[in-house]
Design a protein around this ligand. Structure first.
Ligand code: 7TS
Length: 400
């Protein structure tokens, strides 16, 4: 098991022993990431790509260095990495810059029933504007996708397939390689929402062969306000810009303009420089531990937690896919997850309670909300023990 709590200053700040189990929402930040952001602001806080003086060149080099690190992490060419605000903005970028241009009335957009709202609402808006039709691959009781009859979903009308790689509710790791292949077989393009997978397992875009892939820096130890859209360069080249403004142009006249090369064509205005630099430091930190070691650590914790939680009476765990990440959604009989979360907080344990931005999943499960514990590099088996002790106490308190 990894032992890296000492790298995360938040654990020193907390008065009582703090157990953080909400990494699917956002992760804690190691000192190296915090230092890299503070360093930029205190030592070279210039704008990027526009000035020829020392600290500006240093800022540009650090910003572009982070792009190379993000590219390497998913085995992509550097010019295929567009910096965005996060996964949500990455998907919206595709829905506006690719979707509005390429989708027509009657075309089908294929999603799954287990999407995060950020991979659902942009396509609802796009469907309204274009007349395209939304279709959904359903999920089974165990939280896996029902791909038993793929021809029902993949057909000549399918133009875009957009799927969540790892569910933020069930933890299920979906078979994205197969899904992308099926999309390509019917001539559709494929987007993978990798917000929950890139931080937790090796992801190689040459293996998945997706056309677009989106993830967020803050879910992988980096700052908020920075995310990535990977796009196949030939697709990015053909797309019009998403936002217009400074730096995304080449030549501007009063009536017309031409565009910068990719990826800068999609980065209008002053970007989130400090955040991008912080993401680079987060990737360095992850690489130092090693993604395989992170995945192994997560899996060991997940197995331990699942075994212990399933033994607690009156606790229902949702989802039981064979291949899954370290996130567990659950409910305790007769107690609302919000109340449960508050009771756990009295014991210094932070879980998420709510619909997890996946209301259609809640509806299908027949619940309004669930509790959710999610794990990352700084969690230990002791954290799981603390969660389970607190759950047992709560169940007893509720008369279970
Ligand atoms: N896609 C998935 C699979 C997610 O889990 C999230 C955030 C997003 C997209 C959106 O990412 P953002 O960085 O643009 O906000 N998921 C969660 C969660 O599970 N709890 O809080 C945020």
């Amino acid at each position: 098991m990894l032992d890296v709590k000492k790298d995360f200053p938040i654990f020193n700040e907390q008065a009582k022993k703090f157990v953080y189990l909400d990494s699917s929402a956002t992760t804690l930040k190691p000192q190296t990431v915090i230092d890299s952001v503070a360093d930029y602001y205190s030592k070279y806080s210039a704008n990027v790509h526009r000035s020829i003086y020392t600290i500006s060149e240093k800022a540009t080099a650090a910003y572009e260095g982070s792009r190379s690190k993000a590219a390497k992490l998913i085995n992509a060419p550097t010019n295929s990495i567009v910096f965005t605000k996060g996964t949500t903005e990455s998907i919206n970028l595709v829905a506006y810059a690719w979707g509005r241009k390429n989708l027509r009335a009657g075309d089908e957009i294929l999603l799954t029933e287990m999407e995060h709202h950020s991979n659902l609402i942009p396509w609802q808006l796009c469907a309204k504007d274009t007349g395209a039709i939304l279709r959904f691959i359903p999920f089974n009781d165990d939280g896996t996708l029902d791909l038993s009859d793929p021809d029902q979903y993949f057909n000549s009308k399918t133009k875009l397939v957009s799927v969540i790689h790892q569910s933020n509710v069930f933890g299920t790791v979906n078979p994205v390689n197969d899904i992308v292949k099926k999309a390509h077989d019917v001539g559709a393009i494929a987007l993978v929402d990798a917000a929950q997978s890139v931080p937790h397992q090796p992801v190689d875009i040459t293996d998945i062969d997706c056309d677009f892939l989106a993830f967020s820096g803050h879910k992988m130890l980096g700052p908020t306000g920075i995310g990535v859209l990977y796009g196949k360069p030939e697709l990015l080249e053909k797309m019009d810009p998403f936002l217009g403004g400074g730096e995304m142009i080449r030549i501007v006249s009063l009536s017309d303009s031409t565009w910068n090369d990719i990826p800068w064509k999609f980065e209008a205005g002053t970007p989130n420089i400090a955040q991008a630099i912080g993401l680079g430091a987060a990737i360095d930190y992850i690489n130092e531990i090693g993604m395989d070691a992170i995945h192994k650590h997560d899996q060991e914790l997940l197995k331990y937690a699942l075994e212990k939680m399933r033994e607690i009476p009156n606790v229902t765990v949702y989802g039981s896919a064979d291949e899954r990440g370290a996130v567990i959604s659950f409910n305790v009989e007769n107690i609302h997850p919000h109340d449960l979360s508050q009771l756990l907080d009295y014991d210094g344990i932070a879980i998420r309670a709510g619909h997890h931005c996946a209301q259609p999943i809640m509806k299908k499960l027949g619940v309004s909300a669930t509790g959710r514990a999610s794990f990352y590099v700084y969690n230990s088996k002791e954290d799981v023990d603390r969660l389970c002790e607190s759950l047992v106490k709560t169940v007893k308190f509720m008369g279970g």
